[in-house]
Design a protein around this ligand. Sequence first.
Ligand code: NAD
Length: 264
Amino acid sequence: MQQKGADMDLKGKTAIITGSNSGIGLGVAEELAKAGATVVINSFTDRPEDHALAARIAADHGVEARYIAADMSKAEDCRALIAKAGGCDILVNNAGIQHVAPVEDFPIDKWNQIIAINLSSAFHTIAAALPGMRAKGWGRIIDIASAHGLTASPYKSAYVASKHAVVGLTKTVALETAGQGITCNAICPGYVLTPLVEAQIPDQMKVHNMDRDTVIREVMLLRQPSRQFATTEQIGGTVLYLCSPYADQVTGTTISVDGGWTAL
Ligand code: NAD
């Protein structure tokens, strides 16, 4: 059942978005729900507000939405998430964390945690979701990598390594699924205005004694030539494109949404 271009209709498709109770994951879930998909929201917490968030998305968009708690740092949780969802047509591997330290001081537990959440979780969810996608002859796997999947910055060794590796995983899965109605791609955002990034602006304004626009342009977006944040809606829209028939032959690639960062 193929939807038609601009009238994109994802009714009947189940989308699982890891790490989606905030930020980019939540933005992606909203766009998929707007397009009619059943959405599974996830994080490692299991609070009433997590389930309320899913209920709010269901009510806003007239779709089914569920919250399933699963810790993406644990192999068994990653695989259980896919099993508990009872189906997965669209898998968005989005859960991710960051830690900044020089490589020789980088805490070993932080390295292991970042590799587990940013990289290994995608291996586990993909492995668990693929048999169902193959049985249906349709599937979309979208890994939220980063501009740091294509280029490096100092002090972010684990993050940069994990994101480069996710791009490698994406290409490999694309080759293993080519011609089977399944595509696997990575989206590489530059700086995206998430609540986490928004919260850093007041501190940066104080530290640099600059107004909001100047701190965004001259400090935070120094490496992003557009000097504008990408938005969670734009990442969600890129996911929708990859779910559309226009992208049936787009597989094993990276799509940068980074205001020109990686063109430099
Ligand atoms: P965020 O902190 O708002 O969201 C991260 C999400 O992952 C949250 O929902 C969090 O609860 C979840 N999460 C963290 N640890 C988890 C775990 N162990 N198990 C399950 N869920 C877990 O951050 P964000 O900016 O929205 O980032 C989302 C993704 O986008 C990450 O992979 C990040 O690397 C990537 N990214 C973000 C930016 C940016 O500028 N914000 C840029 C490039 C790439």
